[in-house]
Design a protein around this ligand. Structure first.
Ligand code: ASP
Length: 320
C-alpha cells in the first residue's frame, strides 16, 4: 500500500487513532508517517481546497505560558484549513486559573465551545491528568519542562524532508537537555526509528534526567554523552541545538559552561557538507547569526514545516 493510500483510507474512516496528543509516547511510527505524508499533500493543495477541511469547526487555544511560533502556527493552521479559533493568551493571568479553577473543569467547559483544545501549561503533568475529563481532543503545545510533542513531530518531519530518512542517522543534540521539553519529546520519537545513534552535549548541570536516559536505552535507543564538540559535530547528520531554558533554572549557576556549545562559523567548518542544523527556536545566542546563510541551517525551513505538520495533526484530531 502506498503512503497516499494509507492517508486516504485513514481520512475516509474519519477517526484518529490518537485521542489526545499529550506525549510522543502516544503516537506510533505509522501515525508519524501518515501525518508527514498528509503534510506534503497539504503543502501543495490549493488554498480553496484546504479551506473546506475544518470548515465549521472551532479550535480553542489556551496558553498559560508565553509562545510565539506554537500558538500562531496552530492558529494559522486552523484558519488555513477553514476552521475558527478562540484563544486565551497569558491564561495564567487572564483566565479563571487566577480564581483557582481546576484544569479538569477548564477542559469540560472549553469542550462545550470547541472541537479540540490546544493547550500550553506550566506544569509537566497537569494536562495529562485532566485530559480524561475532556469531551474533545487535547493537543499538548508544551507542558512545563516535560514534553512538546508537536514540536518533535515537526522536527522529525524536517529531518525526513531534508535528508530523506530518519533511520540510521547520527543525531547530535545540544544545549539544555534537562529542562528542554522539545528534546524530551524528540528523543522519545527517535526510539521508533531503526539504528539511530544519538550523541548528547550539555553544560554540566543541564543533562538529560537520569530516569529518562534509562527509559530511552531500555527502548533500544543508542545514546551517549560527550564533551568533545568537534568530534560530535564532524560525525553528525543532524545537529539539534537548543537554548538554555533560563526561566526554568533553579539558580543561574546551572547555566555555567554554556558558551562552549555555541554554534559559529568555525563549527560549520568541521560539519559534513550534507549535515543539517535544527533548532526549535527561539534562538538566543547559541547559534550565531553568521550560521544562518549556510544551506545546512534548516531552522527557518523547520518553522514552515511546522505549519503543515500541525495542519495534518489538526485535520486528523479535530472532532467533526
Ligand atoms: N519553543 C520551544 C518550547 O516552547 C523551545 C524553547 O522555548 O526553547 O519549548
Amino acid at each position: 500500500m502506498t503512503i497516499s493510500t494509507v492517508v486516504k483510507r485513514h481520512l475516509e474512516t474519519g477517526t484518529s487513532s490518537v485521542r489526545h496528543l499529550l506525549s510522543t509516547r502516544d503516537v506510533t511510527r505509522h501515525d508519524v508517517t501518515r501525518w508527514m505524508a498528509r503534510a506534503e499533500e497539504l503543502r501543495v493543495m490549493s488554498a480553496k481546497d484546504r479551506q473546506t477541511i475544518l470548515a465549521g469547526s472551532v479550535v480553542a487555544a489556551i496558553f498559560y505560558e508565553p509562545s510565539t511560533r506554537t500558538r500562531l502556527s496552530f492558529e494559522s493552521a486552523v484558519l488555513r484549513l477553514g476552521g475558527r479559533v478562540i484563544s486565551a493568551e497569558n491564561a495564567l493571568e487572564h483566565s479563571s486559573a487566577k480564581k483557582g479553577e481546576r484544569l479538569e473543569d477548564v477542559f469540560r467547559v472549553l469542550g462545550c465551545y470547541a472541537d479540540a483544545i490546544v493547550i500550553r501549561h506550566h506544569e509537566n503533568d497537569a494536562m495529562a491528568m485532566a485530559a480524561p475529563q475532556s469531551p474533545v481532543p487535547i493537543i499538548n503545545a508544551g507542558a512545563g519542562s516535560g514534553e512538546h510533542p508537536t514540536q518533535a513531530l515537526l522536527d522529525v518531519y524536517t529531518i525526513w524532508r531534508e535528508l530523506g530518512q530518519v533511520d540510521g542517522l547520527e543525531i547530535c543534540i545540544m544545549g539544555d537537555l534537562r529542562y528542554g521539553r522539545t528534546v524530551h519529546s524528540l528523543l522519545q520519537l527517535l526510539t521508533k526509528y531503526r539504528n539511530v545513534s544519538v550523541t548528547l552535549l550539555h553544560p554540566a548541570s543541564l543533562g538529560l534526567p537520569e530516569e529518562m536516559m534509562q527509559a530511552l536505552r531500555s527502548r533500544g535507543l543508542s545514546i551517549q554523552t560527550t564533551q568533545d564538540l568537534t568530534s560530535a559535530l564532524s560525525r553528525a547528520d543532524i545537529v539539534y541545538q537548543t537554548r538554555i531554558q533560563t526561566e526554568r533554572l533553579s539558580c543561574i549557576d546551572e547555566a555555567l559552561g554554556t558558551e562552549k556549545f555555541h554554534l559559529t562559523s568555525a563549527s560549520l567548518s568541521v560539519m559534513k557538507p550534507s549535515a543539517r542544523i535544527l533548532h526549535p527556536l527561539p534562538r538566543v545566542d547559541e547559534i550565531h547569526p553568521e550560521v544562518d546563510d549556510d544551506p545546512r541551517a534548516a531552522y527557518f525551513r523547520q518553522v514552515e514545516n511546522g505549519l503543515y505538520m500541525r495542519m495534518a495533526i489538526l485535520e486528523d484530531m479535530v472532532r467533526r
